[in-house]
Each structure stands twice: as structure tokens, then as C-alpha cells.
Design a protein around this ligand. Structure first.
Ligand code: 26V
Length: 804
């Protein structure tokens, strides 16, 4: 039911009185925010209950998306939009003298993720609800999210993210749905008296898993799904064992922090326990619900339940499901295996070898003895079955337990019916290279699902100026159906529309320029090109290549201060994993180059570098609408998909990219004339791996531009980086440039020169920008989750959606 402004105002006042015994005029921002949050939550409470009831009554098949990370950011405006209340709330608040955007800043980002993988999970939650699909998230409620980043003397410093301080208005603690999870100790098998073996546990530790549920509100469709996050507590029965503060703390630490490393698998005990904790709690609660409410034979589970394993972190879903089906439900191994494989599906998000999860047998045995027994059995049966059909080497290469380690990707593929990559190129590489052996064994299991983004958030919410221009030009249908952005193609030569889009962009750039001035004291002009690279700091993403080009420009300007070029602001946002030394060195170098260049009078404000600290979802929402150039410059074959590339395109930025991940599909969508492609292709990269002919030293020796740029790192040109500069230099020359920056340098510089020229012709630039917006619709995560729902999960949307 729509809410009018007057009722909204009355209700806000009323709730303030009830909860804070206060009049609006006396209330602080925090108090108003919490009151508004409660009001919003109350608006979807009924729909939340009804959605759940409908799923149960109709026994609808549901998908559970298991992910160790979720990264929703702030939720107030998203919920207002999806409830159809955003405009009403904005106007009503304005009449009360309150600015909604300002108020929304009170909310702390829910940052329970590192980067792409976690943000994708949250885009999916939004889209699953908005498409009316029965689906829920399952994860961990970390007390501390991803660290807050500061720069001190150019170095990254990490501070704890106390996001729960002040409370979380969106969550509901569901005491009654708590379950117990057992870890550690010993397990042996004994006769259960009915001719079967049952596990006997000794000295195990019992953890209490308490769920906190958050409503995932669909876009104007009365659907509210659930994101269930688990928190650890001490079970009442175990209170005696945890008398000491030390002991209590150790247990409670389990869900305290999110691991901030998405680059290197380090096999830590607490991480493995975290993985088992949320997997076991989630599966137990699914089975409990199934038995109590669905009441079908357990052998039919796959007709009602689908479980998605988001990367390998929840791979223990496979043995945990087996445990419950065998130990508790007393199915035979064969029956249990059949059910498990049908229920599970898996997405791979990275091909970097160092990020592939493996656990030592020893650690797994000690931490999760029953899981290890079951994995051993799965592995033995796999080998037994496959050695009849395939050569020895193939089976050895693909088995789960190998070289003293448990390979989680192997477990996920063998234990599920679907393995997908996240962009066409990535899925092809899985089949032809990375998981080729598995592809021979299970050709039918492999498929592609190109990533997508929650377009409502990344356009309507973050970029209102552009949204209004779109409304005027093509009507409002694009707000519900992003495919309709295509209509914009009819306005390619419409000067008025082009001009208005340019004005919207200018407004966003000015807002970002104000923010930059406020947070960094760097003064940038909104007339300059805003050139943006925002993503985790990783060698393969090549922020360093960006820096090398900037230094070249700087050297050119020093030589010739009258150089004919567009003004440019290079904007970076990136966190480095605290233990990722090389990434931190790059941060330091970018910051020192910024100091040098921003303050050199010879540069005369032609170029500026801005490294905004603490990149997170909320900061992305400020930067993306203001971007002119989107840097997607990873070494071809290394970036599985990328999703910021899609967000920037939707906001009219022009992509400067290698043919990597989803960049390939962006190029297909906009055509070669509306994107700047450079660098090695993935085939050329693999050819270098084959022939081993790559020589960075030779390029340094033969290319004076490269030489001059690299020397700047070691000859004092960039101050304050004596050690860091040397490390960068050595990584490129002495260690032969692992990510082929020098090989791609010339073509990158050339592409940058073309961009400089193109920006000079504003009409041309605006046309490219319009074409990018118009073709962004295909990267909606609504479409992506529909494909998952049809091809993998076999879940169907709410009836009203089918008929619509
Ligand atoms: C990996 C690891 C590996 C070691 C243990 C800790 C840990 C934690 C997180 C991760 C996730 C890294 C994978 C990831 O975020 N991949 C990104 O997924 C995006 C969504 O599919 C995709 O767009 C990016 O290209 C891909 O890098």
C-alpha cells in the first residue's frame, strides 16, 4: 500500500515519541535514522511473513546461496526504493528540513566481504528477491567487517570496522532457530544396533549457532526473502566448560572477524572452522525446516531444495549433507550421494593458483574429524568408479585428496551437478585449461553464467541526475526492465539528450570533487577527465601499469609544460590484504607519486592523482557516477569477470580495457568504436607461458620510454620510496615482470592518447557515453539470476511474475 507524505511524517513523529520520548525538532540525526529504519522495516514485515508462508504452503523449491561473504553496503535507500517509498520519503523529509542523503550516511556499511565475490552475492540477493524467486542467503555474521583503511605517511594502516556499534536496525535475532555445531575431538564408528554404523564423538566441542535474519526486499513486488547470518555463542549446556575469560573469548572469536585476504590461501584453523560453522548451521536449519514444514521423504530433497556453493569456501556443504543424510537420516551411501549431487551446485570465481583452497589432511582431521572421514570415502569411491573409465593420470589429477591435502575445488566439482564460471572467457578457460581434466570427466556439468549487477542500486540510487535524464528521454520502464535502456540508442544524435547527460555527469563530478577536497585536501577540477581504477589491490589487476603511465605523462610534462593534453584526474580506490606486502608497496608508491605530481608547479594542474582511502560500497557509490574513464587493465586471462566494469559502463564511463573477463562481453555489447581495447590477448599470454621467451630486461634495454619511467622508481625522481621503488623495479626487471606490464605498456599508452584526443571532441565523447549506458542492460543481475534459476537451481518465480 502506497504511503503518502503526510502519513509518513505523522508516523515518523509518532515512532520518535514512542521510542525516544522525543519530538522531531529535538532529535539527533542518529535518532531519526533509527526511527526511519524501524518505520521501513515495519513496512515490509507483513510481506516478509507472507513470502515465507507462500513458499511453505506451496512447497516451492527454494535455493540457498551459501557464501562466506556478503557485501550489501548501506540498505536504507535500497529498501526505500524497492518498497516504492524513496520519493515520498525524500520529499516528506525535506519538508521537515531533513536531507535524506545526509541522513542515510548515518548507516554503517555492512561490509562482510572483501570485494567482487561478496558484492556479487549481495547483487544476487537483491535480484533474486526482485525477480520473485524463492531464494535465501546463508553466511556468517562477523562482529567486525573488512578493515577500515587509512593512509599514514603514504602507507596503508588497518583499523577495525566496528559496524555493529550502535546496533543494526535491519537484523532480527532468531533465538528459537539456533542449532548446535560440533567440531574437534575424535570420532569412531560403532554399530548402531540396526546393522548400520554410527559415529561416536569424543571430546568434541559444541558451538551454538544463532541466526540473525535480514529481509531482502524485492523491487515493488511484495517479495521479501531472507539473508541468514550465523553468530557463535556458548551453549547453555557447556557454560561450565567456559569459565575462563580466555576460553570464552577463543570460542567467541570464531565469528569475530572476516578474513581480509582474498589473494592467498593460508590454511588457517580458525578459517576452516568458520567455513564448517556456517555450512553446518545452514544445512541443519534447511533439513529441520524440510522435515517440519515440507514433510516429504528425505530422498526427495532435491525437488524442494537447491544449495549453491559460492566459491569453494562453503565446499563442506557436500560432506556435511552426506553426514546428515547418512548419520542422522540413515540413508545408504548411494542414496545420500545421489541426493547431495542433485542438490549442490558450484561457482568458480578465480583461476589464480595461489587462491585455490586446499587444506592439509592433518588440520582437517584434527578440526573436523567426521568431515574428513566422509571426504576420504568420497575420494575413495571417486577413484574406484573413475579408474574403470579413465586413464590413471586423469583420475590422480582430479581426486580430492592429493599430496597430503584436501582440494576444495575438486570436492565442489565432484560433489555437485553444476560448475560455472562467471564470464564467457573465464568459463572457457576453466574448460580448456584450469579444469580441463574435470571437463573430460564431466563435460555436462560445465556452464557459463556471466556476472551481473543490481542495476537499480547502481543507477537509480547512486545516480539520480542521470536517472532523471533517462526518464525524460525514454520514459520510466528502464527502471524495472533494464533492457529498455536500449531505447536510448534512438537519441545518439539528439543534442539535447547528449547535453543533459553531460550536465548530469558534470554534477556528479562536482560532487566527487567536493568530497575529494574535503577528505584529501586535493583540489581537482570537474572539467578534467576523471579516470578511475577501483578494485582490490592485486598485482594481476595492474594498478602499477596505471602508475607507470602517469609517470610517463609527468615526465613528458616536465620536459614540455605546454604539452597539448586534456586535464586528467587519476582516481584510485583499493585496499590491500594486510599480509600482501607487494600490494602495500604499490599503494605507497602511488601515494608518493601523488605527493610529487600534485604539488609540482611545472605540472600546472594538468594531471592529479587522488588515492581515496577506505574504498568500500559507499565510496564506490560516490565515485562511479562521476567517472569518465573506467580502467579494466588486468592481464588477459587473470580477471574472472569483474563487476565494477559493468557499474562504470552503466554510468556512462568509457572502458579502457584488456580483453579479459567480462570486458570481452562489454566490447561485444558496445562495439569496437565505443571502448578502448589494448594489450595482449589471453592466447598471447599463454603463448608466452609456453615458449618462455618473455624478457623484461630486453624491453628495458631497448625502450627508452620504459627505461626512463622505471628509473624514476630508483633514481630519486619519486621521493620517499627508497626501498619500495627498488622492490617495484626488481619485480619488473630482476623477476621478469610476472604480469607482463612492460609488454602491454606501449599499447596502453597509445590507447590513453586516443582517449585524450576523443575527450577533446565532446559530442563524440558524449555519444560513446550514451551508447555505453544504452547497452548496459544486458549486465543486469536480474538476468543472471534468472539464468541460474532456470539452468541450475530449477526454481521458479512467484506465480504473479510468470503471468506478468
Ligand atoms: C579468495 C580467497 C582465497 C584464499 C582464502 C581467502 C579468500 C577469500 C576470498 C576469495 C575470493 C577471491 C575471489 C574473488 O573475489 N573473485 C572475484 O569474483 C568476482 C565475482 O565473480 C569477479 O568479478 C572477479 O573477477 C573475481 O576476481
Amino acid at each position: 500500500m502506497a504511503l503518502d507524505k503526510e502519513t509518513f511524517k505523522k508516523e515518523l513523529r509518532q515512532r520518535l515519541r514512542e521510542n525516544y520520548a522525543m519530538e522531531l525538532e529535538d532529535a539527533a540525526k542518529q535518532e531519526i535514522f533509527y526511527t526511519l529504519g524501524a518505520l521501513v522495516k515495519a513496512r515490509y514485515a507483513d510481506a516478509w511473513g507472507d513470502t515465507w508462508k507462500e513458499y511453505v504452503d506451496k512447497k516451492k523449491k527454494q535455493v540457498y546461496y551459501f557464501s562466506i561473504e556478503f557485501l550489501p553496503g548501506r540498505m536504507l535507500k535500497n529498501n526505500l526504493l524497492n518498497l516504492g517509498m524513496l520519493d515520498t520519503a525524500r520529499e516528506a523529509l525535506a519538508e521537515l528540513g531533513i536531507d535524506l542523503d545526509n541522513l542515510a550516511e548515518v548507516e554503517k556499511d555492512m561490509a562482510l566481504g572483501n570485494g567482487g565475490l561478496g558484492r556479487l552475492a549481495s547483487c544476487f540477493m537483491d535480484s533474486i528477491a526482485s525477480c520473485g524467486l524463492p531464494g535465501n542467503g546463508n553466511g556468517i555474521r562477523y562482529d567486525y567487517g573488512l578493515f577500515k583503511q587509512r593512509f599514514v605517511d603514504g602507507y596503508q594502516v588497518e583499523l577495525p570496522d566496528e559496524w555493529l556499534q550502535g546496533g543494526n536496525i535491519w537484523e532480527i535475532r532468531r533465538e528459537s532457530k539456533a542449532v548446535e555445531v560440533r567440531v574437534g575431538g575424535h570420532v569412531y564408528l560403532a554399530d548402531n544396533g540396526r546393522g548400520k554404523l554410527k559415529p561416536i564423538y569424543e571430546n568434541e566441542q559444541i558451538l551454538r549457532a544463532v541466526p540473525y535474519d535480514t529481509g531482502m526486499v524485492g523491487y515493488e513486488n511484495n517479495v521479501v526473502n531472507t539473508l541468514r547470518l550465523w553468530s557463535v555463542e556458548i551453549p547453555a549446556s557447556e557454560e561450565d566448560k567456559y569459565q575462563s575469560i580466555q576460553g570464552r573469548r577463543e570460542l567467541e572469536d570464531l565469528t569475530a572477524v572476516l578474513y581480509p585476504d582474498d589473494s592467498n590461501e593460508q590454511g588457517r584453523l580458525i578459517r576452516l572452522t568458520q567455513e564448517y560453522f556456517f555450512v553446518s548451521a545452514g544445512i541443519q536449519s534447511i533439513i529441520r525446516h524440510y522435515k517440519k514444514r515440507i514433510q516429504q521423504p528425505i530422498s526427495k530433497l532435491s525437488e524442494y531444495v537447491s544449495i549453491h556453493i559460492n566459491d569453494t569456501h562453503p565446499a563442506l556443504c557436500v560432506p556435511e549433507m552426506m553426514r546428515i543424510l547418512i548419520d542422522e537420516e540413515e540413508l545408504s551411501w548411494e542414496q545420500a550421494w545421489d541426493v547431495t549431487v542433485k542438490v549442490m551446485s558450484y561457482t568458480n570465481h578465480t583461476i589464480l593458483a595461489e587462491a585455490l583452497e586446499k587444506w592439509s589432511i592433518d588440520l582437517m582431521k584434527r578440526t573436523l574429524p567426521r568431515m574428513y572421514q566422509i571426504i576420504e570415502e568420497i575420494d575413495a569411491r571417486y577413484v574406484h568408479t573413475m579408474q574403470e573409465l579413465h586413464p590413471y593420470d586423469l583420475v590422480e589429477n582430479t581426486r580430492i585428496i592429493r599430496d597430503g591435502q584436501v582440494h576444495m575445488a575438486h570436492l565442489s566439482i565432484i560433489g555437485s551437478h553444476s560448475t560455472n564460471g562467471v564470464a564467457k572467457l573465464h568459463s572457457d578457460l576453466l574448460k580448456t585449461v584450469v579444469l580441463h581434466d574435470f571437463y573430460i570427466i564431466y563435460p555436462d556439468r560445465f556452464n557459463n553464467k556471466t556476472n551481473g549487477i543490481a542495476q537499480r542500486r547502481w543507477s537509480q540510487i547512486v545516480n539520480e541526475p542521470m536517472s532523471h535524464v533517462l526518464d525524460e528521454a525514454i520514459g520510466k520502464t528502464w527502471r524495472k526492465d533494464p533492457g529498455d535502456l536500449k531505447l536510448l540508442m534512438n537519441y545518439q544524435s539528439d543534442q539535447t539528450v547528449l547535453e543533459k547527460l553531460a550536465q548530469a555527469k558534470k554534477m556528479n563530478k562536482q560532487a566527487l570533487a567536493d568530497y575529494i577536497l574535503e577528505t584529501t585536501e586535493i583540489d581537482v577540477s570537474a572539467d578534467a577527465i576523471f579516470d578511475v581504477q577501483i578494485k582490490r589491490l592485486h598485482a594481476y589487476k595492474r594498478q602499477l601499469l596505471n602508475l607507470l603511465h602517469i609517470i610517463k605523462l609527468y615526465q613528458d610534462l616536465k620536459e614540455n609544460p605546454d604539452l597539448d593534453m586534456q586535464k586528467r584526474v587519476f582516481i584510485f580506490g583499493a585496499k590491500a590484504a594486510p599480509s600482501y606486502h607487494y600490494a602495500k608497496v604499490i599503494i605507497k608508491c602511488i601515494n608518493e607519486a601523488a605527493q610529487l605530481i600534485n604539488n609540482d608547479p611545472d605540472v600546472n594542474d594538468q594531471i592529479k592523482i587522488v588515492f581515496l582511502p577506505n574504498y568500500n560500497v559507499s565510496l564506490a557509490e560516490k565515485i562511479i557516477p562521476a567517472a569518465d574513464v573506467s580502467e579494466q587493465i588486468s592481464l588477459a586471462s587473470k580477471e574472472a569477470s569483474g563487476t565494477s566494469n559493468m557499474k562504470l559502463m552503466l554510468n556512462g564511463a568509457i572502458t579502457l580495457a584488456t580483453l579479459d573477463g567480462a570486458n570481452v562481453e562489454i566490447r561485444d555489447a558496445v562495439g569496437d568504436d565505443n571502448i578502448y581495447i589494448f594489450g595482449l590477448t589471453e592466447k598471447e599470454v599463454y603463448a608466452y607461458y609456453e615458449n618462455q621467451e618473455y624478457s623484461a630486461q630486453r624491453m628495458y634495454d631497448e625502450n627508452p620510454v620504459i627505461r626512463r619511467v622505471l628509473n624514476a622508481f630508483i633514481d630519486g625522481t619519486i621521493p620517499n620510496i627508497v626501498y619500495e621503488g627498488r622492490e617495484i623495479f626488481d619485480s619488473l626487471i630482476k623477476y621478469n615482470d610476472e604480469y607482463f606490464l612492460l609488454r602491454d605498456f606501449d599499447s596502453y599508452v597509445k590507447a590513453q592518447e586516443e582517449i585524450d584526443k576523443a575527450y577533446g571532441d565532446q559530442t563524440f565523447w558524449q555519444q560513446m557515453s550514451l551508447i555505453n549506458i544504452a547497452n548496459a542492460g544486458r549486465f543486469s543481475s536480474d538476468e543472471t539470476v534468472r539464468r541460474y534459476a532456470e539452468d541450475i537451481w530449477k526454481v521458479e518465480p512467484k506465480d504473479s511474475f510468470v503471468t506478468e
